[in-house]
Design a binder for this molecule. Structure first.
Ligand code: DGY
Length: 343
C-alpha cells in the first residue's frame, strides 16, 4: 500500500492513478443506514458501497466482508482490531466510525498500517447533553418508577410523601470529563439553579469559568449529582468502583452517558442495593444490550435507557454524513474532516 501511495502522490500522473484507485474503491458500511446518511459516499461514482445488515455484524462475518475493501464505515458495535485489519488486507486505507467514542478501534494498529481513522465529534454534542439532562431528571424525579406505578394501578390518591425525588436547585453537580459533551451538560444544568458546578479529569481548563476543577476524590465527596462524560481509556476503565461509590453521598444520583466500562457494574449494583448511593441513570452499560434478567434491570432506583445519547434525527444524519465524508477524503488522499486525535 505504501508503494501505491507513493505512486499516487507522484505529481505528473496522479490524476490517472487516482481515477484508477477510486474506480476500484470498495467501502463496507457495516450497518444498514438510510441513503441520506451516506450520501457523500453514494455521490461518488467511483466508490462501491457494500452494505451491512440490520444487526451488528458478527466478528466472523466482519472478517469475510472486509476482505479487499478500501474503507470501512463502522459503528461502536464493530471491534476493529488487528485481526480485522489483517482480514481486510493491504487495500484498506481508512476506518471511519459513526461515533465520537473510538475505543472499539485499535488506533495504534491502524497507524502502523497507514490506515486513516475518522470519528464524528461535535455533531452529537447537543443531542448527548440533552439526553444526559433528561436521564438525570428522569432518575432524580423518578419518572419511570412513577409511570410504572401508575400503569400497575398502584397510584392511590395524591400523597404528601409519594415518589419524592431530589431537585437540582441549590445542588452541587460534578462532571467527570469536561470535554465537549461535559461542558454542554454543565451549561444546560446550571439554569436549573445548581449552586456549584464541579469537574474533574486530566487537567483544569482555564477557559471554563462556570465550574471548579477539583480532584476526583473531591468530586465524589461533594457532588449531589455525578455525570460521567469522559472517554473510555485504559485510565478510565472501572474508574467508578466500590471505593468510589462508598466515597459518594448516600443521597447521590449517578448518571453515565459515556461508556459502560467506566463503571465496575457489580460494584454499582451493590451500591444501589445497599443504598450507598440513591440512584443511577445509565445510557450505557455492559454488555449492551443488557440481559433483561440482569440485577441492574430489576432495581427500582436504576433507570436504564438503550444507548440513545445521539439518537436524534438530525444528529444521526450528521454523524452518518461526517463518517462518510471522512472516508471520501481519505480515499481522495485529502485530510480527513475529523481524524481521530493523533492519527
Ligand atoms: C458515541 O458516539 O460514541 C456515542 O456513544 C453513540 O453515539
Amino acid at each position: 500500500m505504501a508503494a501505491l501511495f507513493a505512486r499516487i502522490s507522484a505529481p505528473f500522473y496522479s490524476r490517472t492513478v487516482f481515477a484508477r484507485a477510486m474506480s476500484e474503491a470498495k467501502v463496507l458500511v457495516t450497518r444498514q443506514v438510510p441513503d441520506s446518511f451516506i450520501a457523500p459516499l453514494l455521490q461518488e461514482t467511483s466508490i462501491k458501497v457494500i452494505p451491512g445488515g440490520r444487526d451488528a455484524m458478527p466478528k466472523q462475518k466482519l472478517h469475510e466482508m472486509v476482505r479487499g475493501v478500501d474503507g470501512i464505515l463502522c459503528t461502536l458495535c464493530d471491534r476493529i482490531d488487528e485481526s480485522v485489519l489483517r482480514a481486510a488486507g493491504s487495500s484498506l486505507k481508512v476506518v471511519s466510525t459513526m461515533s465520537v467514542g473510538y475505543n472499539h478501534i485499535d488506533v495504534e494498529a491502524c497507524k502502523k498500517q497507514n490506515v486513516a481513522v475518522g470519528y464524528t465529534p461535535d455533531v452529537l454534542t447537543d443531542a448527548t447533553a440533552e439526553l444526559a439532562v433528561a436521564l438525570l431528571l428522569a432518575t432524580s424525579r423518578r419518572l419511570f418508577e412513577g409511570a410504572l406505578s401508575l400503569r400497575m394501578g398502584q397510584w392511590g390518591s395524591w400523597d404528601p410523601t409519594y415518589m419524592l425525588g431530589k431537585g437540582l436547585k441549590g445542588s452541587t453537580v460534578g462532571v467527570m470529563g469536561m470535554g465537549r459533551i461535559g461542558q454542554a451538560v454543565a451549561k444546560r444544568l446550571l439554569p436549573f439553579g445548581v449552586e456549584k458546578m464541579l469537574y474533574s479529569g486530566r487537567a483544569a481548563k482555564p477557559e471554563i469559568d462556570y465550574a471548579d476543577f477539583v480532584s476526583f476524590e473531591q468530586l465524589l465527596e461533594r457532588s449531589d449529582f455525578i455525570v460521567v462524560t469522559c472517554a473510555l481509556t485504559a485510565e478510565t476503565t472501572n474508574l467508578f468502583s466500590s471505593e468510589q461509590f462508598s466515597t459518594m453521598k448516600n443521597t447521590a444520583v449517578f448518571v453515565n452517558v459515556a461508556r459502560g466500562e467506566v463503571v465496575d457494574q457489580a460494584a454499582l449494583v451493590q451500591a444501589l442495593k445497599s443504598n450507598q448511593i440513591a440512584a443511577a441513570g445509565l445510557d450505557v452499560m455492559t454488555p449492551e444490550p443488557i440481559p433483561t434478567n440482569h440485577e441492574l434491570v430489576q432495581l427500582s432506583n436504576c433507570v436504564l435507557v438503550p444507548h440513545i445519547g445521539s439518537a436524534e434525527e438530525q444528529t444521526r444524519l450528521m454523524m452518518g454524513q461526517l463518517a462518510a465524508r471522512n472516508i471520501v477524503a481519505a480515499l481522495k488522499q485529502e485530510s480527513l474532516p475529523t481524524p481521530v486525535p493523533g492519527t
